[in-house]
Design a protein around this ligand. Structure first.
Ligand code: SF4
Ligand code: SF4
Length: 246
């Protein structure tokens, strides 16, 4: 992140930078000016208003971005430094790694906070992963409301679909939300997951189910965004958003 440092030889302590900063990242006293880089959102406002050009741009590291590949699949993730509060710049940086064309799947954090919205913004579709419990339904309703504000098409995956009750299914029917896939509460699935394995490699029937998930997503998108599908031969970006209890 780009953060300001004050050149005290040039600063006249006029206070304009403090005035414009909405995040209290600068304090100007009669004979001193201080910056608080941890609070800075890198908006650039202070650089624009300083009449003495007394602000020097410094880079601050808030995390790391790591990439790798397995076969044709590229993977990138961001790791925020312990104690850092601003995840959005790191999320933006991770998203820049998405190549042109092909399919990008973004695994968003659970909930409906700023980092979640930063992760899903601009996606072609949001897939909400939930489970059929009272907690799952509560978080699902919040997530649906947030995604609808962004006017993004969405669909559901119901995890542990055979526990709990039918309220999530009833809600989906009422709200006209397509259910793309139901994953049962299955010991074999849990074991593969716990080993860090891939269901599609270890349990052949999951290859078919994941393919049908992909086909359902394409079908849904062809109904909502036919122009883009024709032009792009498919989805360029989709995001999965886990509700808190999934
Ligand atoms: S705007 Fe510039 S000159 Fe004024 S207090 Fe801030 S750094 Fe100093
Ligand atoms: S860049 Fe923006 S957030 Fe950071 S100190 Fe300047 S005005 Fe405040």
């Amino acid at each position: 992140m780009e953060v300001p440092e004050i050149d005290s030889a040039r600063c006249t302590f006029c206070g304009k930078c403090q005035e414009i900063c909405q995040f209290n990242a600068i304090a100007v006293l009669p004979n001193a000016a201080l910056t608080f880089p941890e609070l800075c959102h890198s908006c650039g406002g202070c650089f624009l208003v300083c009449p003495e050009l007394a602000l020097i741009s410094k880079q601050r590291r808030i995390g790391t971005v790591e990439s790798g590949a397995r076969g044709p699949v590229r993977f990138t993730h961001g790791q925020l430094r312990v104690g850092e509060a601003l995840a959005r710049p790191l999320i933006r940086r991770v998203r820049q790694e998405a190549g042109e064309g092909g399919l990008t799947i973004i695994d968003a954090p659970p909930g409906t906070s700023c980092p979640v919205l930063a992760a899903v913004l601009g996606s072609d579709m949001v897939i909400l992963v939930t489970e059929p419990t009272a907690f799952g339904l509560n978080d699902l309703k919040l997530a649906v409301a947030a995604v609808r504000e962004l006017r993004l098409p969405l669909g559901l995956v119901i995890n542990r679909s055979d526990v709990g009750d039918r309220r999530v299914h009833d809600y989906a029917a009422r709200e006209n939300l397509p259910i793309f896939l139901e994953i049962p509460f299955d010991r074999e699935v849990a074991e593969v997951y716990a080993r860090g394995g891939l269901l599609v490699e270890e349990l052949p029937e999951w290859r078919r189910m994941m393919r049908s998930l992909w086909e359902r997503i394409q079908e849904e998108l062809s109904g909502t965004r036919s122009e883009k599908l024709v032009a792009g031969r498919g989805i360029s970006t989709s995001a999965t958003l886990r509700t808190k209890h999934a």
